[in-house]
Design a protein around this ligand. Structure first.
Ligand code: ASP
Length: 321
């Protein structure tokens, strides 16, 4: 089994992942935070785009599950000598890897790689496509904070769409180029939340009539109704001309400062997949405030990615215990 898109997940899988995440959070508190689940397995991170959190947390997750990990970086590899992506993947396959964690600037790359390899492929971000593991981290973070049903006691498959029921989430900023937004819209909605997209018209996709979202171009109009403000970074690397008049103009209209945070109310929370640009999508005061879940998202990244690897290993019949 591969994890290319949030669409690959069944309701049972979300629940299994939330359960495993709790278990691995407990493992992380032990003096030796390691379990033998993936002993004898090898994971390769294959990144053609920069990353801090995703690569580090996948490699940490692999180590804590006792897997071996290899790290492939496009800039220091034979790609710079003209080797193709296909041959690079064949080479990794021949070395013998069980998991390929792939990041690439082109949407669809992880899915293409999955056709070339025996390994389980995990999409760690494909251009403007999807970022399913970030989305699972965000869902786990929200479920831990807001989940309505008791994780243990309810009929699990039937209640998944009630986990975040009634929760109002605004995804703010560069939705057009955001793979995180594409995955999160589907996942948050699946868990019962109501999603509103907010941003300059130039950064909201045209064809969203079929998406299960509301749209508003004015943050001040909706902020007081929201429970969660999920901020997105401007993906400057994905477009040539500026899609907003200026960064100053953007932060004035769509950036989160203390005045807007006050209007969100004391129970509202802020999320961001990182990397954050202080002074653009949010001020430093907001980023470091007690209402910010940004570091919780990072804290959850290792146990959630451990949960994903353990679940996939089990599904492909290879995990220990
Ligand atoms: N880290 C996220 C991603 O890889 C978000 C971002 O880069 O803005 O898509």
């Amino acid at each position: 089994m591969n994890l290319i898109s949030v669409d690959d997940l069944t309701n049972e899988m979300y629940l299994e992942l939330f359960g495993l995440t709790e278990m691995f959070i407990e493992v992380s508190t032990r003096p030796i935070p390691k379990v033998p689940t993936l002993r004898g397995k090898t994971l390769a991170t294959v990144f053609f785009e920069n990353s801090t959190r995703t690569r580090l947390s996948f490699e940490t997750a692999a180590k804590r599950l006792s897997a071996d990990s290899l790290s492939f970086s496009a800039s220091t590899s034979s790609l710079s000598k003209g080797e193709s992506l296909f041959d690079t993947i064949n080479t990794l396959d021949a070395i013998g890897v069980d998991f390929l964690v792939v990041r690439h600037s082109r949407a669809g790359t992880a899915s293409m790689v999955a056709n070339w390899t025996q390994a389980a492929v995990i999409n760690a971000g494909d251009g403007c496509g999807e970022h399913p593991t970030q989305s699972l981290i965000d869902c786990a973070t929200l479920v831990r904070r807001f989940a309505k049903p008791d994780l243990e006691s309810l009929d699990r498959s039937k209640t998944i769409n009630k986990y975040l029921s009634g929760l109002k989430i605004a995804i703010v900023g560069d939705v057009l180029h955001s793979r995180v937004a594409r995955s999160n819209i589907k996942a948050f909605t699946n868990l019962g939340a109501k999603v509103t997209l907010v941003g300059p018209p130039t950064l909201i996709p045209d064809n969203i009539e079929s998406w299960p979202v509301d749209v508003c171009y004015d943050l001040d109009q909706v902020i007081s109704e929201m429970d969660v403000i999920y901020l997105l970074r401007m993906q400057n690397e994905r477009f040539d001309e500026s899609m907003v008049p200026s960064t100053l103009e953007y932060s004035k209209n769509w950036g989160l400062d203390m005045a807007r945070l006050k209007r969100l109310g004391p129970d509202g929370v802020i999320m961001h997949p990182g990397p954050i640009n202080r002074g653009v999508e949010l001020t430093s005061e907001v980023a470091d405030s007690t209402q910010s879940l940004i570091l919780d998202q990072v804290r959850h990244s290792v146990p959630v990615r451990m949960a994903i690897l353990a679940m996939l290993a089990n599904l492909i019949g290879g995990g220990h215990e």
